[in-house]
Write a protein that binds this ligand. Sequence first.
Ligand SMILES: [Zn+2]
Ligand SMILES: [Zn+2]
Ligand SMILES: [Zn+2]
Length: 170
Amino acid sequence: MTEADAVTAFDQHEHDHRKCVVDALSVAESMCEREGARLTPLRRRVLELIWSRRKPVGAYELLDELSRERGRVAPPTVYRAIEFLLDQGLIHRIESLNAFVGCSEPRRPHAGYFLICRGCGATAELKDRRIDGAIRAGAQRLGFRLEGQTVELRGLCPACADEGGARVAH
Ligand SMILES: [Zn+2]
Ligand SMILES: [Zn+2]
Ligand SMILES: [Zn+2]
């Protein structure tokens, strides 16, 4: 592994995203089995819905989708499923969008550095141990006890940058 690389990348070349979803679900299944965590059908479906979108998904969008599929689903049911997935490290919360994205490396608890496109909402996750180290050292210097390490960076994805940032959400 190099010091800096992407956990997830912007979708520059059309690829079969269904494969990403299938892979993410099988990683989640084996991880939960190993940890003795219960990936119920609902939790699994929420994870699948989050992965199926190529950009961060809000709780209400999930609630709408699940209610369409299963009849009325109560908001706390969805929130509990989201909390479970967050606890397991299977998804990340993007605070600035109040939305969630799947993590393709849930096995390793890690800090999340997100590049968020202001044009289309696409999000990519970076991983860089040098940033981890710099943040930890800085916090320590100031006597700050770090609890969370999520950094959200704003800009334009390659596709939107090509179009001069004029592209609207698809
Ligand atoms: Zn994909
Ligand atoms: Zn992650
Ligand atoms: Zn974009």
